[in-house]
Design a protein around this ligand. Sequence first.
Ligand SMILES: [Fe+2]
Ligand SMILES: [Fe+2]
Length: 478
Amino acid sequence: MTSSMNYSEKIPNNVDLHQDKRLQRALEEWLPNYLEWWTSMGPESFQRDDVYLRTAVSVDRDGWAHFDYVKMPDYRWGIFLTPRDTRRTIHFGDNIGQPVWEQVPGEHRNTLRRLIVTQGDTEPASVEQQRLLGQVCPSLYDLRNLFQVNVEEGRHLWAMVYLLHSYFGRDGREEAEALLARRSGNPDSPRILGAFNAPIDDWLSFFCFTTFTDRDGKYQLRALAESGFDPLARTAQFMLTEEAHHMFVGQTGVQRILKRTAELMKTGDVRAQGGMPIDIIQRYVNLWYSLSLDLFGSEDSSNAAMFFGASLKGRDHEEDMAEHTALDLFYDMKKYDAKGKLSVDKVPLRRAMNEVLRDAYVDDCEKVVRSWNKALEAEGCDERIRLPVREFHRAQGVYAEICFTPDGRFLTAAEWNDRRDSFLPSEADRSYIKSLMYAVTKPGEFAHWISPPSRGIENQPGDFNYVKFNPGSIHHRE
Ligand SMILES: [Fe+2]
Ligand SMILES: [Fe+2]
């Protein structure tokens, strides 16, 4: 395998796909089904427009992407893995020291398939959630960023489907079909994880989603990038390269809204001036952060212990850990009884792996919030955004049945119901945010509630035309 990619084939790849005719044929048969899904469930009403997008052209760390105008259905979705390191050995769990697996070990086949399907399902789900968002874009810059995220989530689906087709035989092919059949929010065949079944139809939610929910994806991928199953590890490693931009879109998106809000606070009432008040932004942060925390799974989990013990899913930066078997070690886990009384349980470290991964995630989110608060400070604003405690508004795990305020005070269910709308977006908040959504499609212009980015994509100038509308497009003007 080389690090450069073969674009002469129907499916661009760096896995020598042409040498495996059966696999190539299977994926070429999946391709039209994928395109049908993309045109029906992908960004609505922009499929004929030319979008300034990046396409992966190499898996080298530098210069891996090429930028040009492309119509989304013509995007070169492909299969790209970080090159194989033949010296790599399994570096955690019970199989430590053995060579990494190039094929699926029989005893872990079902578990691995489940891990891959669960990851794979989130990729098309987010595209479906965001399919109407382009119609109310705050600028062409933001519209382009949305589409970049969308096409790359599509590519991540390809990455998981490649693994299913090449390593899991017939049931892998069936799972690949099912990934195109489930639909976000469909009561009969919903997407697998809860946070991926609600539509995202305003841009504050989109920026919160890409900040917090894509960041859960980052940590899941980091844990899979450690896997003893080498093709999965190498697939996840390359996906992380793309994922960084998605979180950039989210983090800078919220930051630009906060900057605008702080500016408007100096000249009067934010709402009266058509901006997003900071307390509403805080409630959206509370919602998306808590939903995303749930995605890590139970604090004390026998599955998590099994994934780690079987060397399938490691920790974030496993190589930096002092010890790699996690045996005879314990994690101090906070627990509460129904009255909110705190105790600390010693949980075997392997069983606490979801919480260990969540710890890394929480640290990362705190950095993001610090950067937002710096932006507020730079505008001379005294308000601050705060992350809620991790016990707040949880539907999974040991905190699921207990209510807490964002700053960690125990509440009875009745108290929670009384105060819910001060913690989480209310109907009034949602309809206000929605009332601010309208399409701004002139190069260099921005919706009133968000400030322009500090620089353009690929250093393009502020009035760069990121999306060229073609005849037939709803935004086309003669
Ligand atoms: Fe993704
Ligand atoms: Fe993403």
